[in-house]
Write a protein that binds this ligand. Sequence first.
Ligand SMILES: [Zn+2]
Length: 208
Amino acid sequence: MKALFLGLMLAALPAFGEHQETSLAPIALYIRFQQEPPLAVAEALQDEVNSIMAPMGLRFTWRALAGVSGSEVSVELAVITFKGTCDVAGLSPHSSNPGPLGWTHLSHGVILPFAEVDCQGIRGFIQKKLLTMPAADREEAYGRALGRVLAHELYHIFANTTRHNSCGVGKSKYTVQELLSPEFQFEERESLALKTSNTHAALEWAAR
Ligand SMILES: [Zn+2]
């Protein structure tokens, strides 16, 4: 099995009549933390993914992988593992070069709905800058950074592409500034790839 790394790094036929903007069925995200994050980190992470994906109409239900009973039904899903320490306790004023921040698995060139986010690596990468922020803001800023890396991997999975762009969430390498800036979004090309994807069409069909 190979992996697609983020470094620091059935078409539905239209119905007759007027086009109506329908909301899409939600995508189920099954998540597993190696170490449970503080609530503020988890909330900021989810808020960021929801907000980055909202312009494409994508919505998510977040489920703990551990709580899966086997009776859940979803049109589209992905399984996400968050690796390592996932909080902002004991930061040090040294930034490290973590290698890949997140990755999506491939099998024989096919993108699989399995991604991993390196909480510990992202933390090490941005910790020096996090320490310059008020302590009360750090968990939210860190959670937002995790959300950006996850949004990047979800783009690979749901647009079904290995492509990258030179700017925006679709970049292959992020800077500390991009992970911590107030705003970070997809560029037009990635937005369009998500909006015209088979996933989008399936979610639209399922919502009818
Ligand atoms: Zn990538």
